[in-house]
Design a protein around this ligand. Structure first.
Ligand code: FES
Length: 162
């Protein structure tokens, strides 16, 4: 599911189906509704959150509280490719900051941000369990290790028109 809809294109009816699946249950679970909604839209558009608030009779402020607590939720559209740079100790010691700086320069995006063309979202994550490959990043589901700034640039280049 691509997450690139402008607010004009957002089809609210899709969230009604999601909410109804959960409110039919004895214990409607807001987190499950939000997860399913994000899977459907690619992120959590504000008009959709207002609809969830109305349908589930949950104050919008409480919904935002849940969203900000869980890092899995995104309030803005995400890029086609998720770039996750490890900031764990081993990676930090082995030069993760150089990798991050290269990505910020190359993609012209801050951490947590998405490139203007919606190709990449850059994130920093805690240890991803491959310290022997430090410094490490993931692009989508693939791991890249023993990175240098130069190698990072080459790898990102291979995704540019995918
Ligand atoms: S610290 Fe980066 S993979 Fe463990």
């Amino acid at each position: 599911m691509e997450g690139k809809e402008s607010s004009k294109e957002i089809d609210i009816s899709r969230v009604r189906g999601i909410v109804s699946k959960f409110t039919d249950r004895d214990d409607p679970n807001l987190i499950s509704v939000l997860q399913n909604t994000q899977d459907e839209y690619g992120y959590l558009p504000k008009p959709v959150l207002k609809e969830i608030s109305n349908l589930m009779d949950i104050p919008l402020t409480r919904i935002f509280g849940v969203i900000t607590f869980y890092s899995q939720f995104a309030l803005e559209p995400r890029g086609k490719h998720a770039v996750k740079v490890c900031s764990g100790t081993a990676c930090h010691v082995k030069g993760a900051e150089d990798v991050k700086q290269k990505l910020r320069d190359e993609l012209q995006v801050r951490e947590g941000g998405t490139t203007a063309d919606y190709q990449f979202t850059l994130e920093t994550v805690a240890c991803i369990g491959t310290c022997f490959l430090a410094p490490v990043m993931m692009i989508d589901e693939r791991y890249y290790g023993k990175l240098t700034a130069e190698k990072t640039s080459e790898i990102v280049g291979t995704y540019t028109n995918k």
